[in-house]
Design a protein around this ligand. Structure first.
Ligand code: BTN
Length: 253
């Protein structure tokens, strides 16, 4: 399969396919087979697109489905920051398009991008061990350019519905450039302070009353902050602040 260079991003290459089960799955398979760091895979459609927490990600042509393979992107403790770096990259790429209405765009912890409260993009991170005892991380973004699924779980939208006509190819180039900038700022974890500040400025609902769906059940409280490791700090009704690494966030209002 042919890898193309990406203009302006000399460390990366791009494999564009028409249809695949999941660009994340393909990136993981290639990583195990020895693919080096820095491969982007995009697909016009996916037959088994995956979302977070085992959900299906509807993946018909017209939207962007893109995954980036990184090999040993940072020392292990800093890897927990990557969901926020990935969110910031998508937010920055979309902000260029929504520059006339920047306030509409926000990040819902950890890495959904919202336009006026409706989800336009999601990120799925996965990892695997690869030859040589190294760790591969795959970051997969789905960005709704032309359509969005109707789900009962949360409101969703797409760029066309917001009045912006953007092809998946254009969206990909913007995402790749914003990802390069966001990874450089993060600097393998050494720059997470900058990442965290930028993420907080874009955050949806800091300080608001929220409910989190965790594997063990729902917990309620106030979304107080993101801590220096990137965990969500939830102030519970008894005043105790609980640090949460992963879950689904819902706003009470
Ligand atoms: C979510 O919000 O639940 C995450 C959605 C991630 C979808 C993208 S589309 C490209 C990549 N391949 C997949 O199978 N999933 C991610």
């Amino acid at each position: 399969m042919h890898r193309e260079p990406i203009a302006g991003l000399p460390n990366w290459r791009h494999l564009a396919v028409d249809r695949v089960d999941s660009t994340n799955s393909e990136a993981l398979r290639l990583a195990v087979a020895g693919e080096p760091d820095g491969l982007w895979i995009t697909a016009r459609s996916q037959s088994a697109g995956r979302g977070r927490r085992g959900r299906i990600w509807a993946s018909e042509p017209g939207n962007l489905h893109a995954s980036l393979l990184l090999v040993d992107p940072a020392p292990a403790p800093a890897l927990a920051n990557l969901p926020l770096v990935a969110a910031l990259a998508a937010w920055r790429a979309l902000r260029q398009i929504l520059e006339r209405v920047p306030a509409a765009l926000s990040i819902k912890w950890p890495n959904d991008i919202l336009v006026d409260g409706a989800k336009i993009s999601g990120v799925l991170l996965e990892s695997t061990a690869v030859p040589g005892g190294r760790m591969a991380v795959v970051i997969g973004w789905g960005i709704n350019c032309a359509h969005h699924p109707e789900t009962a779980m949360y409101p969703a939208t797409n760029l066309a519905a917001c009045g912006f006509s953007v092809t998946p190819e254009e969206m990909f180039l913007r995402l790749a450039a914003a990802t390069a900038a966001s990874l450089a700022e993060w600097n393998r974890g050494a720059g997470f302070g900058e990442t965290r500040l930028a993420w907080r400025r874009a955050a949806h609902g800091l300080g608001q009353q929220v409910e989190l769906q965790l594997p063990e059940g729902p917990v309620a409280g106030w979304f107080e902050d993101i801590d220096p490791e990137g965990h969500l700090c939830l102030r519970q009704p008894d005043g105790v602040v609980r640090r949460i690494f992963a879950g689904d966030l819902f706003f009470r209002n």
